[in-house]
Design a protein around this ligand. Structure first.
Ligand code: SAM
Ligand code: SF4
Ligand code: SF4
Length: 392
C-alpha cells in the first residue's frame, strides 16, 4: 500500500497536490510500456533542476513578477541528485528513454555535470543507455560545455531569440550580449556535441525580422534551428493570440529565401515538424541541414504527447498547462519503497487525459480568443504553473 501522501509545505503559490489515483495503491510491476487513458506511452521525462534563472525573458519570467521579492524554492525543498536519479530510474523502468534537464536555467544548478554522470549510468529495460539532453539559455555554456559532454550529455538545446545584439539584450531583459551565447555554441561544437538544436521563440511584435537572418546563420552550420510559437504557458506573461506568429508564416518567410522540402519525423511524438534545405535540384541537402517548427498553438500535437514533467521540488505534471501535480517528493521522503513509487507513477500516468492545446484549438475554432482555454477542471482562482517552474 502507498503510504500517506504528505502535502508539500512549499507549494509554488498555486495549488495542493492532487490525490494519488486509486490505481496507485495496487502494485504495478514496471513493464517498460505504460499507456495513459488516451493510449499514449510514457517516453520522455523533463526534469527541472532549478526554478532560478539569470535571464528575465518577458514570455517566461517577466521582471515585474520575478523581482527581488520573488521567493524561490529553498534548497531543502529541491530534489537532491540522489532523489532525482532514484525517480528517473523508476520512470526508465516504465518506458522513459529520453530525459531532458531544464529549469529555470539548468546550468545554474551546482555540479549539474555530476547529476548527468549519474543519469548516464541508468539503462533502459533493453539495456540501451538513455538519451540525455539539456535545454539552456547558453549564458554559461562556454564555461561548461566540455564538462557536460564528458559527463555523458548526448544532446543540447540552446535558446536564442535573435542574432541582433540590441534585440537579444532586450528579450533576455538583463542586457546579456548575444556574442556570449554564440561563444557557448562554438564551445559546444568544439566539445564534440554533434546534435545541437537552437530554439527561437517568435513574438510578432519583437523578433519577426530575425527569422531569416537566424535561418541564414544556422543553415549549413551543423546545428538545427527550430522556431517555437509563443505559448500561453503560466499566468504571468500576459499572452495574447495576436502576438503569435503561426509557424506556417515562419516557413513561408524562410522558403522565400531558401527552398525547403518536408522531412519525416525522426521519432514518435516529436514536437517539431522538420523541413530540409534543398539543393539546386530541389532535393534535401544534408550538408545544409534542416529547420523545425514547433506549432504548439496553431497545430496541437497532444494526440502523440508522451512527455511527463518533474518540477524542481518533485511534483509530477502531465501537461505543460497543468494546474496541479502529484507530490512524488513526499513519497520519496516518507520512506516509500521503489515498488510503491513505481505503482504510484503507473497509476498517475494510467489516468492521464490531458490535451490542453487541442482544447484551445477547439475553443478558437468556435470563435474563442484562445486565452484561458480550460479543460474544465481548473477550479476558479487557480493558476497554471509557470514554465520556469517545470521547464519547457
Ligand atoms: N532557461 C533555459 C532556456 O531558456 O533554454 C531552459 C528553461 S526554458 C523555460 C525552456 C524553453 O522554454 C526555452 O526554449 C524557452 O524559449 C521556452 N519558453 C519559455 N516560455 C515560453 C513561451 N511563453 N512560449 C514558448 N516558449 C517558451
Ligand atoms: Fe530563463 Fe529560459 Fe525562462 Fe528565459 S526562457 S527566463 S532563459 S528559464
Ligand atoms: Fe502535451 Fe499538454 Fe502540450 Fe498537449 S498541451 S502537447 S498534452 S504538454
Amino acid at each position: 500500500m502507498i503510504k500517506r501522501v504528505i502535502p508539500l509545505l512549499d507549494l509554488r503559490h498555486i495549488q495542493r497536490s492532487a490525490s494519488f489515483p486509486k490505481a496507485a495503491s495496487a502494485v504495478v510491476p514496471a513493464s517498460g510500456h505504460l499507456l495513459d487513458a488516451r493510449q499514449r506511452p510514457l517516453r520522455d521525462l523533463r526534469i527541472s533542476v532549478t526554478d532560478r534563472c539569470n535571464f528575465r525573458c518577458a514570455y517566461c519570467m517577466p521582471k515585474e513578477v520575478f523581482d527581488k521579492h520573488y521567493r524561490y524554492l529553498p534548497h531543502s525543498a529541491m530534489l537532491s541528485f540522489e532523489e532525482i536519479v532514484r525517480l528517473a530510474g523508476l520512470f526508465v523502468a516504465h518506458g522513459v528513454g529520453k530525459i531532458r534537464l531544464t529549469g529555470g536555467e539548468p546550468l545554474l544548478r551546482k555540479n549539474i555535470e555530476q547529476l548527468i554522470a549519474q543519469l548516464h549510468q541508468l539503462r533502459q529495460p533493453n539495456g540501451q543507455p538513455l538519451d540525455i539532453t539539456l535545454t539552456t539559455n547558453g549564458s554559461l555554456l562556454a564555461r561548461k560545455a566540455k564538462a557536460l559532454r564528458q559527463a555523458g550529455l548526448s544532446r543540447l538545446t540552446v535558446s536564442l531569440d535573435s542574432l541582433d545584439d540590441a534585440i537579444f539584450r532586450r528579450m533576455n531583459d538583463v542586457d546579456f550580449p548575444v556574442a556570449q551565447v554564440l561563444a557557448g555554441l562554438d564551445a559546444a561544437q568544439a566539445a564534440g556535441f554533434a546534435d545541437i538544436k537552437v530554439n527561437m521563440v517568435v513574438k510578432r511584435s519583437t523578433n519577426v525580422a530575425d527569422i531569416v537572418p537566424m535561418a541564414r546563420h544556422f543553415r549549413g552550420s551543423g546545428m538545427t534551428l527550430r522556431f517555437i510559437e509563443y505559448m500561453d504557458v503560466g499566468a504571468t506573461n500576459g499572452w495574447r493570440m495576436d502576438e503569435v506568429l503561426p509557424s506556417a508564416e515562419v516557413l513561408r518567410l524562410i522558403a522565400e529565401a531558401f527552398p525547403l522540402v518536408p522531412l519525416e519525423p525522426s521519432a514518435p511524438g516529436e514536437t517539431a515538424q522538420r523541413w530540409g534545405y534543398a539543393d539546386a535540384q530541389g532535393n534535401y541537402d544534408p550538408q545544409l541541414g534542416e529547420v523545425g517548427v514547433i506549432s504548439s498553438v496553431t497545430q496541437a500535437f497532444c494526440s502523440t504527447c508522451n512527455r511527463a514533467r518533474l518540477s524542481t521540488e518533485g511534483q509530477l505534471y502531465l501537461c505543460l498547462f497543468a494546474h496541479q501535480g502529484w507530490d512524488l517528493r513526499s513519497l520519496l521522503r516518507n520512506g516509500s519503497s521503489d515498488e510503491e513509487m513505481s505503482a504510484a507513477i503507473a497509476g498517475i500516468w494510467g489516468q492521464r487525459q490531458d490535451r490542453y492545446s487541442e482544447l484551445r484549438a477547439e475553443q478558437m475554432a468556435q470563435g474563442g480568443s484562445g486565452e484561458a482555454a480550460s479543460d474544465g477542471t481548473t477550479p476558479p482562482g487557480r493558476k497554471r504553473i509557470e514554465m520556469s517552474y517545470i521547464g519547457g
